[in-house]
Design a protein around this ligand. Structure first.
Ligand code: AMP
Ligand code: MG
Length: 411
């Protein structure tokens, strides 16, 4: 269709324009969710020495290897006790054992640990009831991490597991990609800001908050520029403020109405525009370009449209800028449970509820799909992706579903 850009092409254009941001050094706990910009090399082995995996007795395997351990247990002399954090002073010789706690370094002379449950101690004598294998219950030095190995590669996102590993490696600070700063501007004379006193004929600016939350969820820093009125001068002033950020996101004012000035103002600012209209629903009017090197998105004003288009275009750009390797939500195949029809032109994103029915992923819509019905997003845990050419879906058809929420099954 003339003037309409396919989403797939639009996404390529946006991703080509977005580049990973610079790096910064952050404290370990501030690194959660961020993407490493350095390889993490182990400065020492972990565990740093052979240590006991159990509470029990550190022994020489030669002494306990016999058969019939249950009826004829070996008796060893307990010569010392070693707790975690302590090092035994004595060396275990023939016929001797050291009482050892989990995590304590394995004493000299020892090659095996017998669990306390398989022993019986009386005074300074211990009886061993099981001939365990040589090396049993010993965690060898370096079994987890070897000095000099790259343990966490550059471009890895930090999760709790990586945070724990960074601590093992003594890294209290790491280099990560910067978080994209996203300036958010709502436009419209009909808007009043949250907590502002307003007349009955106004509506509350909800887009700024929905978008700001989406920015935070994607690991970015939202900068709320407030509301621009439907006048070129107001729009111009606010947009200029937003150009200190990495990304500028406008909502509203991108349609062809008499008061939709975004297009004119973008042009006045010398924007290099890539597209104005997308072949998707919701969200057909959608402007994207670069203004003074910054990515600028003009999202449609309808609350659902702004959120859905944010998902498809702004979020991937943000993830790329934040250094991530993948830019999309997880996509799963699910069995559609309703009838749906559309013209074979635009790609539709239906707000959906994904659930597990008899071990199969099933999906239904949230009901009315109007672009002003934000409850459709509130109820949704996914977006059902219906390709451009598809005309109808029937119950039992398989569809692609973008998973928005980890809470899949409880809605
Ligand atoms: P527009 O794209 O400017 O024509 O806006 C389309 C519709 O979206 C308007 O009629 C408003 O009802 C709604 N809208 C626009 N901006 C916002 C906003 N910031 N918050 C909530 N609704 C909005
Ligand atoms: Mg408007």
């Amino acid at each position: 269709m003339e003037g309409l850009t396919f989403l797939q092409d639009a996404q390529k254009t946006v991703l080509a324009a977005a580049q990973p941001l610079g790096i910064e050094k952050v404290g370990l706990l501030d690194a959660l969710g961020r993407v490493l910009a350095e390889d993490i090399i182990a400065p020492r082995d972990n565990p740093p020495w052979d240590n006991s995996a159990m509470d029990g007795f550190a022994v020489r395997w030669e002494d306990i290897k016999q058969e019939h351990a249950i009826t004829k247990p070996v008796e060893l002399k307990i010569i010392e006790e070693v707790q975690a954090g302590k090092v035994a002073t004595k060396t275990v010789g023939p016929g001797q054992a050291i009482r050892i706690m989990t995590g304590a370094a394995v004493p000299k002379g020892v090659d095996t640990v017998v669990k306390v449950e398989e022993t019986e101690a009386t005074g300074d004598t211990v009886r061993i009831f099981k001939a365990v294998e040589r090396g049993a219950n010993i965690r060898p030095q370096g079994e987890d991490v070897k000095k000099g190995d790259c343990i966490i590669a550059k471009e890895t996102q930090i999760r709790p597991a990586e945070a724990g590993m960074l601590a093992i490696l003594g890294k209290s600070f790491v280099f990560v990609h910067q978080r994209p700063r996203v300036a958010i501007l709502s436009t419209g004379d009909e808007l009043a800001d949250l907590d502002e006193r307003f007349d009955e004929d106004k509506i509350i600016n909800s887009n700024s908050y929905g978008i700001a939350a989406a920015v935070q969820e994607a690991g970015g820093i939202p900068i709320l520029l407030g509301i621009a009125r439907d006048q070129p001068a107001s729009l111009m002033e606010k947009i200029k403020q937003g150009l200190t950020a990495d990304i500028l996101v406008l909502s509203g004012g991108v349609s062809m109405g008499d008061y939709d000035f975004t297009k004119a103002v973008f042009k006045d600012l010398g924007a290099e525009m890539h597209f104005w209209k997308l072949a998707i629903r919701p969200g057909q009017p959608l402007a994207f370009g670069k203004i003074l090197g910054k990515l600028a998105f003009g999202l449609p004003g309808n609350p659902v449209s702004s959120m859905v288009t944010f998902e498809q275009l702004v979020r991937p750009a943000m993830l790329k800028m934040g250094g991530h390797r993948g830019y999309g939500r997880p996509v799963v195949r699910a069995v559609f449970q309703e009838k749906f029809s559309k013209r074979p032109d635009r790609r539709h994103f239906l707000r959906g509820i994904l659930s597990r029915e008899n071990d199969v992923l099933a999906v239904r819509t949230t009901g009315d799909q109007g672009s002003g019905i934000l409850t459709s997003m509130v109820k949704a845990n996914c977006l059902i992706d219906v390709p451009e050419e598809v005309e109808r879906l029937n119950p039992g058809d398989t569809v692609n579903v973008q998973v928005l929420s980890e809470q899949l099954w409880d809605r």
